[in-house]
Write a protein that binds this ligand. Structure first.
Ligand code: NDP
Length: 478
């Protein structure tokens, strides 16, 4: 018997993907650099389906039906290149290598081009949902050629999470690096989403004076409404959790330094290159870096703050509702920014990504799964080329309804000295987009003054320069 598909790299992700495939009735070849891990896998999970264990990469290739489909699930970076090289040496033209790791999309573009020259398909695939998702249904974002998707798509759609309407959370994202690009932005949005949730918690705790268990109840309530999502649900769980050792709230004994593996940072670095203003995601990445800057924080701890540090009780009563509004509005903005980065990447690399389809495949399986993604899908269904989801009537109405509360929350945060960079940045973005005129005009004037960088006028075509050091008359540029 031959395997329909293979997985090499049997750490948590690869192991669970292989099991997911087998449970769906697909015979799976399994391989790992350290063969002991393969043997342990068969011992533990061998009865869950048909597995063909391979001790060598050659044996792995031999056990696959043709054209071969091989998924790599190893550490991103140099290990992935090493495994690609080994695999490519034993594969034949027409075979497919799927990289399901968290690769940088530029690496995926490079690898795809190199393998294409050898007649091999390379499918850089974003997989979200962690180990639980890999086993029970992740959100899958495959890039690569149409031909490769035809051969792989049905298998991947089979093991992907299903949205509430039954559609698989997997679609062909676009050529070469498109899948990993979209997975990267997904993670960036996840950073922003978590930062906003953390700020909501912080304000309820340190402005309204609520206890973690009370805040957990508030989040539970929010999860029944428009904010319903996996992250809101698990926030309630974490906040309600009591530390066994101290008997106090778990959240109080966790060191307040957030870590990061890099995909959020890549999202922002890429956005800078593309000129895509993802301020909410950037603030989320910076907030993690700031939290981890222990020395800096220790040095600054004694700096003066405001005299008033708590809301009065009347304001406190309606504050949770205000925070819900601010959270929803800021979340809309963070997603709007992320989707704009996807559109910018798609335009830059000619990927033809359908943003609504991305919203659709994030509805299940992944960390940012949420009811709200249906709305984003609808926004793009009604106009696939819309410049921003903010102008969709559902979202513009929600922002209009939320804005008074949103502004109250941001000003309360500022007045009481509770940092809310995500809420503030989202509101500033919203106001900047709305503005009739931006002070960018003054910036252009300054650039022209000190560097003769020229400016354009609102009333005439062309570029101009003012003779600032002379008689201040205006001359055409160039
Ligand atoms: P790890 O990232 O911890 O990688 C461990 C695996 O990589 C082992 O199978 C190991 O083999 C193999 N490996 C490492 N170096 C080499 C090498 N030079 N040659 C061959 N094999 C090598 O595993 P995870 O399962 O956590 O993640 C796999 C991929 O999935 C990563 O790219 C990760 O970023 C991505 N991912 C992870 C998620 C998660 O929640 N963990 C979620 C989504 C994606 P050996 O046993 O021989 O050491």
């Amino acid at each position: 018997q031959q395997a329909r598909i293979g997985v090499t790299g049997l750490a948590v992700m690869g192991r669970n993907l292989a099991r997911n495939l087998a449970r769906h009735g697909h015979p799976v070849a399994v391989h790992n650099r350290t063969a002991a891990r393969t043997r342990a896998f068969i011992e533990e999970f061998g009865d869950e389906g048909v597995f063909l264990p391979a001790e060598s990469i050659q044996q792995f290739a031999d056990s696959l039906e043709r054209p071969r489909r091989a998924i790599i699930m190893v550490k991103a970076g140099a290990p992935t290149d090493a495994v690609i090289d080994e695999l490519a040496a034993v594969l034949e033209p027409g075979d497919m290598i799927v990289d399901g790791g968290n690769a940088a999309f530029q690496d995926t573009r490079r690898r795809e081009a190199a393998l294409r020259r050898r007649g091999l398909h390379f499918v850089g695939t974003g997989i979200s949902g962690g180990e639980e998702g890999a086993l029970n249904g992740p959100s899958i974002m495959p890039g690569g050629s149409d031909e490769a998707y035809q051969a792989l798509g049905p298998l991947l759609e089979d093991i992907a999470a299903k949205a509430d309407d039954g559609t698989p959370c997997c679609t062909h994202v676009g050529p070469d690096g498109a899948g990993h690009f979209v997975k990267m932005v997904h993670n960036g949005i996840e950073y922003a989403d978590m930062q906003l949730i953390a700020e909501a918690y912080d304000l309820l705790r340190h402005a309204a004076g609520l206890r973690p268990a009370e805040i957990a109840e508030i989040f539970r309530g929010w999860n029944e409404g428009r904010l319903e999502s996996y992250l809101i649900e698990i926030t309630a769980e974490v906040l309600a959790h009591t530390d066994a050792a101290t008997g106090g709230p778990f959240v109080d004994i966790v060191l307040d330094q957030a870590e990061q593996k890099g995909t959020g940072r890549w999202t922002v670095q890429t956005a800078l290159d593309l000129g895509a203003p993802v301020s909410g995601i950037a603030e989320a990445v910076f907030a993690r870096s700031l939290s981890g800057s222990a020395e800096l924080r220790a040095a600054a701890r004694g700096l003066p703050g405001p005299g008033e540090t708590w809301l009065d009780s009347a304001a406190g009563d309606r504050f949770a509702d205000d925070v819900e509004q601010a959270l929803y509005a800021s979340k809309i903005v963070a997603y709007a920014q992320g989707f704009n980065e996807i559109q910018a990447g798609s335009a830059e690399y000619d990927w033809g990504i359908d943003p609504g389809a991305m919203a659709a495949i994030w509805r299940g399986g992944c960390i940012i799964r949420a009811r709200f993604l249906d709305r984003i899908k609808e926004a793009y269904d009604s106009d696939p080329h819309r410049p921003t989801i903010l102008t969709d009537p559902h979202f513009s109405d929600a922002l209009g309804d939320a804005q008074a509360a949103w502004r109250r929350v941001v000003s309360t945060a500022a007045e009481l000295g509770v940092p809310a960079p995500g809420f503030s940045a989202a509101l500033a973005y919203y106001d900047a987009l709305r503005a009739e005129r931006l002070p960018a005009a003054l910036i252009q004037g300054l650039r022209d003054y000190f560097g003769a960088h020229t400016y354009r006028r609102t009333d005439r075509e062309g570029s101009f320069h003012t003779l600032w050091g002379g008689d201040r008359s205006e001359v055409p540029a160039g």
